[in-house]
Design a protein around this ligand. Sequence first.
Ligand SMILES: Cc1ncc(COP(=O)(O)O)c(C=O)c1O
Length: 462
Amino acid sequence: MYMKRKAPFKIKVVEPIKWNTRDKREQLIKEAHYCFAYVPAEEIPVNLLTDSGTSAMSQEQWAGMMRGDESYYCASNWYNFEKAVQDYTGFKYVLPAHQGRAAEHVVCRVLIKKPGTTTYANAHFGTTEAHARLFGANPVNLPAPEALAPETAADFKGNINLEAFEKAINEKGAAMIPFLNMVLVNNFTAGQPVSMANLRAASKLARKNGIKVVVDAARVPENAYFIKEREEGYGNRSIREICHEIFSYADVMHMSAKKGALVNIGGFIATNDQSLYEEMGQWLIIFDGFLTYGGLSGRDLEAVAIGLNEGLDYDYLAYRIGQVEYLGKLMREREIPIYEPVGGHAVYVNGEKAYPHLAKEEFAAHALSVQTYIEAGVYAGENPSSLGWSRTDPETGKYTPPPFELVRFAIPRRVYTDSQLEYTADGVKAALDQGGRVRGFRFVWKPDNEFLRIFYYKLERL
Ligand SMILES: Cc1ncc(COP(=O)(O)O)c(C=O)c1O
């Protein structure tokens, strides 16, 4: 059963974990106004907040960092970086960025030319959504209907709703749609993959109407693995070939290298469109850095160049997705209500099912996140849930919570052992067993921009 999970590494360096007590954790999270942004990381023994920037790097990456060339222009590492991105995407023009959102800033700034427009996506990532708004567009998510059924498993629940997209084009008019954003895997709908067929059809529809297609590639290698395993006709194709086909449906791609490229910092943009590249490059220099480093040091560029290739290795991906599936299995065995099936980078637990006595506005998912920390010292962030993801429609003024109240147990790459996942599943079960004793929360302070509630706020117990 586990024969596919041949971990392609062994552990050479270890980072000690400091364990604390339940009383201490209860005190810490209360003092932090029930917001983990204010809890010192060393007080979180098992940190499953995110798989972003939390990967363990390989000996090749660390050795590559020693070869960092810190010249301002055209450092030797830049050429390795450029080649790695070209080989991964099939695109000619590459722009480095210090992380994903810096890349999104440039892409959105250049593609959103006028206010009052609408961008569509299978589901915008939070920072893309914020950038679209910054430049005057209204970002609208069109997830496939099956994505909204957390208990029904299907192969590609990250897909965009093609019918809804076609209807939107007809209603809004293509001239008022600066781009279609496809996020692979779809972070908002529980890390679910997008099928090649769906991406191909969405891209065809967009291009037929002159709408640019932007692929958010933060976790494309994991999406490519799912396509290889699940979609007819792809079983014999390599991960790299599948990635090339994915990017052939995009006019521009951007990637937070902090995920699939196995680094702690980095990002990039790639395209075949020379004029787009030239326009984006001029903004990149102002906001991030010159065309050959984009806010990264030479050693960071090298780590991305090596990590990107390691992240496309089939054995690594089989181990990686296998570990996420293993946590899902452990949760199911303990009758923990999870979003089915498990996605590419995380297991998502349904907060509303865990604590049915709490109303949406009492933040059930966050209550589960806090309780899991108190019981076990395991931290996973609510995502998406009513706390950080409720939005006021700028046109109608209507306040809408997201369709889910989920806690995301994101697994950092190559970091935790299976025994820590077993410990995690027990910890969630202990939090669930607290049941009706767990109270919800209300805001005592929140940042003005609704989007920033993903990151920080202050709460008190009801
Ligand atoms: C799908 C997706 N896109 C973009 C980003 C932004 O990347 P970064 O955190 O590197 O700015 C993230 C970050 O988590 C993400 O999950």
